[in-house]
Write a protein that binds this ligand. Structure first.
Ligand code: ATP
Ligand code: PAU
Ligand code: K
Length: 248
């Protein structure tokens, strides 16, 4: 069994896959190291190996790795930056600065598409990355995700206040809002839609229709309707993780 972790800024996505055939045996989303240790322990599968990607600080990541080793006596491999891997060339001026979750998701996308692709990851932040048919990573974009947009408005204004239930109800339509909650929720949603559509425009300008658009991340479902042809691959980071951290 292999424990796989995607340590994001807000949550840790985890799963345990069988080594022989990569079948997913257990998995989930947790919001702390402690919750992760509990969840993995409760799965009762005793993974002997762990591979992980983290966009957290070195210190935070080390604390987690130590805890995993102490609790489960497994050997841990961390994905690291690379100039080039699996036929893809990192497009950043300083390749070490590209977020490792982005790097793995685009490696996963290129591996699945085997042609030009755009990878959009909707989490705490929303990111987009472009890879050409020949495996050149052309760069990408970073902007705030839905939770950050809405929290910035709540934090920096005095009169924007509403609860989660009304937020969810507000999103049953995207018509102009007639209440604060509708105006904010629908406004932020349209920002997200607009972002996704401009990515599509840039891709078409470069490649015509010869590319694959991937959508991943916890909030992927928010943009489904605007890009019906997109491939929604929730575990794209894990696809890349297996490429970056092979066990043998
Ligand atoms: N306690 C929870 N249990 C199950 N799912 C949760 C829980 N908390 C959040 N989620 C969901 O898990 C997903 C988190 O994945 P996401 O890709 O957004 O990760 P993130 O850490 O916020 O972002 P990033 O990896 O980009 O930094 C979201 O869809 C969120 O709604
Ligand atoms: C952009 C995030 C936060 C998305 O999770 C992550 O990929 C990250 O911390 N990246 C480092 C900055 C960069 O990619 O340019
Ligand atoms: K992510």
């Amino acid at each position: 069994m292999i424990l796989e972790l995607d340590c994001g800024n807000s949550f840790i996505k985890w799963r345990i896959v069988r080594r022989a055939d990569a079948v997913v045996m257990a998995g989930g989303v947790v919001d702390s190291d402690k919750a992760l240790l509990l969840a993995v322990g409760a799965a009762g599968l005793s993974p002997r190996f762990c591979r992980l990607v983290s966009v957290r600080s070195e210190e935070e990541t080390s604390v987690l790795v130590e805890a995993l080793i102490a609790n489960f006596a497994l050997s841990v491999r961390k994905a690291g930056p690379a100039r080039e891997l699996a036929g893809v060339r990192n497009g950043y001026e300083d390749y070490q600065r590209l977020g490792l979750d982005r790097w793995l998701a685009l490696l996963g996308g290129y591996h699945l598409a085997k042609r030009a692709c755009v990878v959009i990851d909707l989490g705490t932040a929303v990111t987009s990355d472009f890879v050409s048919a020949s495996g050149e990573h052309l760069g990408g974009f970073i902007c705030p995700g839905m939770p950050l947009m809405r929290n910035q408005l709540r934090t920096h204004t005095r009169r924007i206040r509403y609860d989660d239930v009304s937020a969810e109800q507000a999103l049953t339509s995207l018509a102009p809002g007639r209440a604060t909650v509708e105006a904010v929720e629908r406004g932020c949603m349209l920002m997200l839609h607009g972002f996704v559509l401009t990515q599509l425009e840039q891709a078409r300008a470069q490649w015509g229709e010869e590319f694959t658009l991937f959508v991943t991340g916890g909030d992927a479902s928010l943009v489904n309707q605007v890009v019906p042809l997109a491939r929604v691959v929730p575990d794209l980071v894990f696809v890349g993780l297996a490429i970056a951290c092979p066990l043998d």
